[in-house]
Design a protein around this ligand. Sequence first.
Ligand SMILES: Cc1cc2nc3c(=O)[nH]c(=O)nc-3n(C[C@H](O)[C@H](O)[C@H](O)COP(=O)(O)O)c2cc1C
Length: 220
Amino acid sequence: MKQNVTRRHFLATAGVAALGAGVAKAAEGTGKPVKIIGVSCSSRKGMTTAKAVQAALDAAQGADPRITVELIDLGGLSIAGYSPQPPQDDFTAILPKLQDPALGGLIIGSPAYFRGMSALCKAFIERCAPLREPKMLLANKPVGVVAVGAFRNGGQEMTIEQIQAAMLCFGMIVVGGNAPAFQGATVLSTKDDISADTLGLDTAKKLGAHMAEMALKLGI
Ligand SMILES: Cc1cc2nc3c(=O)[nH]c(=O)nc-3n(C[C@H](O)[C@H](O)[C@H](O)COP(=O)(O)O)c2cc1C
């Protein structure tokens, strides 16, 4: 019995050690550049959602020289929801960027529309279905979420939850911001301007920094 316990203890210890080594190896990263794509899901190009996503991307890029970033602004684009016959619309040009093996993570931003994600955001996510089959191309890659509302408690957290829940269907690893921005970036727009929301912009920066850390740890 004692021998069994000792053996069990050995196996458990060895398992923890192996796990620790794995985490340490992952933390070293691959040394390869890792790309984080931000997607702004407001129909208004270049407005507050795009700016908030860009703030998170800038923080990610500033966190480590291996991080490269790109903003895809869906504003003004025509993207329909899922259909058995994929519509030939503006999503066609976006899909290859998301299929790129160099993609290390996604930051998805949406305005809060009636305390939830925008229809454009939902359509975008539905059209990402080819990223699940035949292969789960986004699996084990980090995703962080940005939500912008015109009210301080306008449903930003619920908007973030909706997007996080959807991206779990892609096997993505949901990442929040560094403390205390645990859920992600919650931003307040006042008269179409987020520059005065230092608290909200700080959550975007904290999200970007954590995304960079996790994208490097998880590797590609
Ligand atoms: C249809 C609609 C619904 C909205 N619902 C909310 C809401 O529930 N909560 C909120 O805080 N703001 C709400 N807003 C305001 C937008 O979230 C806010 O203006 C946001 O900054 C828009 O993002 P954009 O500047 O990137 O277009 C709503 C705006 C529209 C047009």
